[in-house]
Design a protein around this ligand. Structure first.
Ligand SMILES: NC(=O)c1ccc[n+]([C@@H]2O[C@H](COP(=O)([O-])OP(=O)(O)OC[C@H]3O[C@@H](n4cnc5c(N)ncnc54)[C@H](OP(=O)(O)O)[C@@H]3O)[C@@H](O)[C@H]2O)c1
Length: 212
């Protein structure tokens, strides 16, 4: 597999950090967008280009997507207090479609949206301090599923843990999934990296990824 140039959003985060390390170990080059580049632990790697910017800025996202073979968005809004998911999806897809050869785009969403689990969706709406934050995830998920030009992969992980990765996980487009094993963030990153080089998961159906 030839090395790819991957535009990565969210590399300072937990899943994004695992993904960045795994992608570099696999020989790929990264264009990493970060609000605070000093938080990027991979910044000094010779295959990393850092771009300071915000995923809600169309210009910043266009800069990181320019020339990429694949885009991976690991941005998140865990406490649902910021509404960044729909804007990020819009910006990534708008930038991708302007490329001469639009890159495949891979996005993290969450279990519970897009009909993947009405039960978990209801729980997240109830326990979330900001219902609009959950609605932002739903809007992003819908925008990605509606994309007609750019190849997309939409990943909806089950509950995340910080346990070491096992390399074992389940991925399915079947839904709903209400009860499953949590998945290590490192294993979500492994799935994302597999999807980076393997288009088998591309399409309008979200992929539920859980522990094995
Ligand atoms: N917790 C769970 O059980 C669970 C389950 C399923 C799915 N998920 C979802 O999985 C995703 C990844 O989770 P995680 O644990 O890796 O999240 P995380 O550690 O909080 O990482 C979030 C990343 O998003 C970046 N980000 C936030 N706002 C941004 C903006 N405006 N511009 C650019 N970057 C921005 C953060 O950058 P900064 O360093 O600048 O803040 C950080 O790199 C999240 O969407 C989460 O909701 C979580």
């Amino acid at each position: 597999m030839p090395s790819l140039t991957i535009a990565l959003l969210g590399a300072t985060g937990n899943v994004g950090g695992h993904y960045a390390r795994q992608a570099l170990e696999a020989g790929h080059a990264l264009r990493a967008l970060a609000r605070t580049v000093t938080k990027l632990t991979i910044a000094e790697h010779p295959s990393v280009t850092t771009i300071q910017g915000d995923a809600t800025s169309p210009d910043d996202v266009a800069q990181v997507v320019d020339g990429a073979d694949v885009v991976a968005s690991c941005v998140g809004n865990p406490n649902r207090s910021l509404h960044i998911m729909e804007a990020t999806a819009n910006n990534v897809l708008a930038a991708a479609v302007r490329q001469p050869d639009p890159p495949r785009c891979i996005f993290i969403s969450t279990i519970g949206v897009g009909g993947s689990s009405w039960l978990i969706g209801a729980i997240l709406r109830i326990i979330g301090r900001d219902p609009a934050g959950f609605a932002d995830y739903e809007a992003a998920d819908l925008r990605i599923r509606d994309e007609k030009t750019v190849p997309v992969t939409l990943v909806r992980p089950y509950a995340l843990t910080d346990k070491p990765g096992t390399g074992c996980y389940r991925a399915t487009t079947k839904s709903p999934i209400h009860f499953a094993r949590p998945i290590a963030r490192a294993d979500v990153a492994s799935f994302l990296l597999d999807a980076t080089t393997n288009p088998q998961w591309d399409g309008p159906n979200g992929i539920q990824v859980t522990g094995a």
